[in-house]
Design a protein around this ligand. Structure first.
Ligand code: ZN
Length: 84
């Protein structure tokens, strides 16, 4: 299977590394610290939360949100496996 044949937007296992599909929408808007939505224009590169005072780079904030969602994903999976 040639890599360039992979359709855009599809997640797949690559070289043994499991890629968890995470819904990335809103990750740059939500505060990674308290979860409150902080609407910002695309040109605003800094995340400044008026609720908890969290202040960090917009992309950094989004990355933390994506990581948190991925962690939640695996936690849910582990929970359902344990319940069997
Ligand atoms: Zn916050």
């Amino acid at each position: 299977m040639r890599h360039r044949d992979t359709p855009r937007g599809h997640f797949r296992e690559n070289a043994g590394l499991l890629v968890i599909p995470v819904k990335a929408s809103g990750t740059s808007q939500d505060c990674s610290n308290c979860g409150v939505k902080v609407p910002k224009e695309l040109h605003v590169r800094w995340h400044d939360c008026s609720n908890c005072g969290c202040s960090l780079d917009r992309d950094h904030n989004a990355a933390i949100n994506i990581k948190n969602r991925a962690v939640g994903h695996s936690a849910l999976k582990a929970k359902s496996l344990r319940a069997r």
